[in-house]
Design a protein around this ligand. Structure first.
Ligand code: COA
Length: 212
């Protein structure tokens, strides 16, 4: 769950505020399906609320997100947030052996401070959660993010992709770093979650292509 944040460090674009204020009645759909060796990433649909609600109410999962003061989330709030995000994102359900195990998205950058660093460029962000903690640390996150990077850089011709990670989230930081993401010039201290600061990790298309 990524609740809207209020500090300057989390100031969002007009489009993203608008989507949160007036989310669509249903998720915006898309036609993109991504396959890896183990995972299938398919479009998130209105049939997926049961796992999303469960994951967004699991304290072990919630603890890793910015705004972890939220301890539980009702269905209507989960729907409001995901429907709003879907306006500006390709949202995916992650399936392992035909079962839902997590969610992720490639979203048009919502944070003003990061857009300001890349005038005129297509800037996006990746957010991801494996909803079943027993599956953490087995390379599934790395596989899913790898699929999103391929989609973003090769098919969408995105210029820059960010991941905004709490400094204390070592697993997530290591996963993004192993895919070529580097910590940006600035980080901020407004997140206040498990770590003290949020780190903006960044990968550019030239760096992605050079690594691939
Ligand atoms: C973050 C998340 C998506 C990562 O996916 P994952 O499948 O667990 O991660 P991977 O196994 O692909 O990679 C994890 C990396 O951390 C390391 N790691 C594994 N367990 C770890 C632990 N307990 N502490 C620190 N590092 C750990 C792994 O060795 C690997 O690093 P390496 O490639 O340098 O060896 C997943 O753990 C998750 O959903 N966590 C909860 C929600 C969350 O934190 N989302 C991200 C918000 S930015």
């Amino acid at each position: 769950m990524r609740p809207p944040m209020s500090s300057d460090a989390h100031a969002t674009t007009h489009e993203h505020r608008q989507a949160l204020a007036q989310p669509p009645a249903t998720l915006r759909t898309h036609e993109v399906t991504l396959r890896g060796p183990r995972l299938l990433l398919r479009p998130l649909t209105e049939d997926d609320w049961a796992p999303l609600l469960a994951w967004n109410n699991d304290p072990e999962v919630l603890a890793w997100f910015e705004g972890d003061e939220i301890e539980s989330c009702m269905l209507d709030e989960v729907q409001r947030i995901y429907r709003a995000i879907s306006v500006n994102a390709h949202c995916f359900l992650m399936e392992l052996d035909d079962k839902p195990v997590g969610e992720c998205w490639l979203q048009r950058m919502n944070l003003q401070r990061l857009l300001a660093r890349h005038p005129g460029e297509d800037v996006r962000r990746i957010d991801i959660a494996i909803g079943l903690p027993a599956l953490w640390g087995q390379g599934l996150g790395r596989e899913a993010v790898g699929l999103l990077l391929d989609f973003g850089f090769r098919r969408e011709a995105v210029d820059v992709i960010y991941a905004c990670v709490d400094s204390g989230n070592i697993r997530s930081r290591r996963m993004f770093a192993s895919l070529g993401f580097a910590a940006g010039a600035e980080s901020n201290s407004a997140a206040g979650s498990i770590g003290d600061a949020e780190i903006d990790m960044m990968l550019t298309r030239p760096n992605f292509e050079a690594a691939g």
